[in-house]
Design a protein around this ligand. Sequence first.
Ligand SMILES: NC(=O)c1ccc[n+]([C@@H]2O[C@H](COP(=O)([O-])OP(=O)(O)OC[C@H]3O[C@@H](n4cnc5c(N)ncnc54)[C@H](O)[C@@H]3O)[C@@H](O)[C@H]2O)c1
Length: 413
Amino acid sequence: MLNFRHNLIKLIPKLLKAVIAQTAPVHSALSTCYSTSLKYSFSISNTLQKVQNPNCSKYGITPAHRIHQSQLRGACSLVNSGKPLREKLMHDFELPSPLSGGKVTIVGLGHVGMACAISILSQNIASELVLVDRNPDKLRGETLDLQHGLAFVRNAQVYGDTQYSATAGSKLCIVTAGVPQGPGDSRTSLAPKNLEIFKEIIPRLVKYSPETILLIVTNPVDTLAYAAWKLSGFPANRVIGSGTNLDSSRFRFLLSQRLKVVPSICHGWIIGEHGDSSIPIWSDASLAGVRLRDVDSRVGTKKDVENWSQLHQEVVGSAQEIIKLKGYTSWGIGLSVAALTRAILENSQSSYAVSTLVQGIHDISEDVFLSVPCILGDTGVSRIILQTLNSAELADLHNCAKSLYEIQKSLHF
Ligand SMILES: NC(=O)c1ccc[n+]([C@@H]2O[C@H](COP(=O)([O-])OP(=O)(O)OC[C@H]3O[C@@H](n4cnc5c(N)ncnc54)[C@H](O)[C@@H]3O)[C@@H](O)[C@H]2O)c1
């Protein structure tokens, strides 16, 4: 080993001389030499500093070499000291095309907003994430914290601003800003305060991103999706409430627990209002395509001795249960919003239960937003699936529409 080290040290000046002559093969030899020398903990910087090499930046200091070849970089900077560091590091040959994958804005960096951000980032869904909050310290802290993890995700940019001009050109704007639900608070009780917040936020988003899609998460989500539609003046397909996508995934999880399988092969829709009056569509619930009601027609009814309808009660109570235990809900809604974001940005045309304008659907006469299975893509909601609902399910949906309409009438848009 000592002999090897000795020979290597002797070799370095020769290689450096060759670099000055700018011969391409030497570049790769030099890289090998540097890596090897660092591996054996040599200090080559003294030798390098004696060498005048004005073209060292041409010699491929790639990101992969950046840390390990810090000694070489230090030596080069002595030579090119008149130029900014960036120019010493890189020669701009052909700049990359603008980032693809879509720009996403998140307004409101509380528990929910940050869970959405980390879910979107860690799944490499968006290439550009703009964070907005009215609290500048929180905004800066959360932005820095996320930025410090960017080395571990694929080509994403994250920046934060209190000014909405930073959101310009967003493909999707996710709104989670608002007063949170406390223990014992109903979602609907938050409507008046959160509507006032929306009057501030929505027009600003629209001003800078007139072609964007609005994805509303703030509660009560159905009423506020309606408010966002009114305040934005957008066509209804471009305003979506996260709706019962989360309730449906809670339902599928609970089904999977009882059936002792994974949630992804359990299917079941929860539609209607995100909240206490949501509607489980037992007639459709299935395991890998096998409808539970084809196996036992009593599933989900009052005659059911196994009491499967209890699962829906658990879905309805789950937000309050989590709030009681940890103070807020975040991870489930974050992952749910990330799935919707992916569908929109990737134009996947997959189906999700989200809140949309349902006037005229299933004979609903009120202009309200409620969740039904929708196909999502780059135009927002591209289609609404017309489920075959039985008379009880239909009656529940109509009651939901009526009660939401009453809440809406009491608000001033
Ligand atoms: N739809 C769902 O399934 C679902 C699930 C969970 C929570 N939520 C709702 O999400 C909302 C946020 O919950 P949270 O726990 O993150 O609350 P939080 O209090 O932790 O965060 C709210 C954030 O909004 C910001 N904010 C308030 N007003 C603003 C304004 N005018 N402009 C910019 N930012 C503003 C606050 O500074 C804060 O950072 C609540 O309404 C909650 O009920 C919805």
